[in-house]
Ligand binder design. Structure first.
Ligand code: UD1
Length: 422
């Protein structure tokens, strides 16, 4: 059992190096299966979810070799279709990507239903609809999703009912080796979709338009391996930006792509926080108080749902009244109860998925539970800003899945924080 203990109230000062993006790395790791070859993936964050993905690949017959602290070489020639271990798959939402990658390589797939962060229903109907449109027969039985097609999938036009990162990525993978052209309309624009498309193109795919609403894939017979470097994690960077502001500190984030954080930077500036953007680094500083804001969590390039709990923690100590509306995962407010234990004045209107936050002068330390990955990050931010000691529970199951060495990185910029293992 791991806990994080924080004695709050110290301004963060210094530099933090941002690692590779977990949510870009996951689809890319599973996409290596399509290549039936050797891929080297660099800037891989050494976090829990990535280790689970590598373990799934090894279990399926891939040879996974660490060639550096953030680099792995994956040889997927030995991968056997339909052999992903259900127990590991259940721990990782991203394992849904195995359906697209197995279909692309083997014309059939069988994958257990996946888990991941629990913030309400996370259906995969759009993924399945996409595979069916490409000519696959998709069935659900006994907790598994199966898909198959005689010969190759057939390129077609797919109009997504709503914007989904997961479905766009999964369909993109399947379409790479389909016959003819696939067009995905109303596609997700997220940087991780662009990163997946770049990886696939490096492996010989023909994808254009990634990062816009219309992605075109001209199918090829097969892909090959490549050497690929994952983009920096915008959510890790955004989390430390908010932590810097919450502690009234001054932090420089190195190795970022600042335009990925434009929506976060804009909101923080609106609150009166200084955010200096220098391309591959961002500086955040604030000395006095900061104001409230109204935020809508929406798909990229809007304010990211994966930053919603962290910004709510910050707004809980802003001057004035703020609102945060969650438009992607309507029930993503379970963590609010934990912030309330620390003295935050937040009221959630479940009907409208909106939190109204009345800023308080300060939070106070408490024992709180990390209810999911980003909620845990919000607890860390609240603990850093609070008076007294905060103890965060369920760290290994949540925070460590997506933040590499969060305790070490924060300690290096002056936080009084420790990881306690019992
Ligand atoms: C991915 C990320 C997650 C992040 C989210 C939004 C991974 C493993 N997960 O999740 O961390 O919070 O993007 O950036 O990278 N939907 C459907 N049917 C579907 C698929 C989605 O109705 O088949 C709905 C969802 O319930 C949600 C919305 O579409 O309301 C967006 O979900 P989506 O973008 O697919 O999120 P995930 O891929 O699950």
């Amino acid at each position: 059992m791991k806990k994080i203990k924080i004695r709050g109230g110290r301004p963060l000062k210094g530099h933090i190096e941002i690692g590779g993006m977990k949510n870009a790395a996951l689809p890319i790791l599973f996409a290596t299966i399509i290549t039936n070859d050797v891929c080297t993936v660099d800037n891989l964050p050494p976090v829990g979810d990535i280790q689970v993905a590598l373990d799934i690949l090894s279990n399926m017959g891939a040879t996974v070799r660490r060639s550096g602290p953030t680099q792995v070489e994956i040889d997927t020639r030995g991968v056997r279709q339909g052999t992903s271990p259900a127990a590991l798959v259940r721990r990782l939402r991203g394992s849904t990507y195995l359906i697209g990658s197995e279909l692309a390589r083997f014309s059939r797939a069988k994958v257990g239903l996946s888990g991941g962060c629990n913030f309400g229903a996370r259906p995969i109907d759009l993924h399945k609809k996409g595979f069916v449109a490409l000519g696959a027969t998709v069935t659900d039985d006994d907790g598994y999703v199966s898909a198959f097609v005689h010969g190759r999938l057939k390129g077609t036009k797919i109009i997504m009912d709503n914007i989904s990162v997961g479905a766009t990525a999964n369909i993109l993978m399947a379409a790479c080796t389909a016959e003819g052209v696939t067009t995905i309309e109303n596609a997700a624009h997220e940087p991780h979709i662009v990163d997946l498309a770049s990886f696939l193109n490096n492996c010989g795919a023909h994808i254009t338009g990634a990062g816009t609403s219309i992605i075109k894939v001209r199918g090829v017979e097969k892909l090959h391996g490549c050497h690929y470097t994952i983009i920096p994690d915008m959510i890790e960077a955004g989390t430390y930006m908010v932590a810097a502001a919450a502690t009234k500190g001054e932090v420089v984030l190195d190795n970022v792509i600042s335009r990925h954080l434009d929506a976060v930077s804009a909101k923080m500036r609106e609150m009166g926080i200084t955010v200096l953007d220098e391309g591959d680094r961002i500086t955040v500083k604030t000395t006095g108080s900061f104001g409230s804001a109204n935020i809508q969590a929406v798909p990229y390039p809007g304010f990211p749902t994966d930053m919603q709990p962290q910004i709510t923690a910050l707004l809980s100590i802003a001057d004035g009244i703020s609102t945060v509306t969650e438009n992607v995962f309507k029930k993503r407010f379970r963590y609010v109860e934990e912030l309330q234990r620390m003295g935050a004045a937040i009221n959630v209107d479940d009907q409208n998925s909106t939190a109204t936050i009345v800023g308080v002068r300060t939070l106070h330390g408490a024992t709180v539970t990390s209810t999911d990955l980003r909620a845990g990050a919000a607890m860390v931010i609240a603990g850093l800003a609070a008076e007294g000691e905060t103890c965060i529970l369920e760290v290994a199951e949540t925070i460590e899945r997506g933040y590499y060495d969060i305790v070490g990185k924060l300690r290096a910029v002056g936080a009084d924080i420790e990881l306690v293992e019992e």
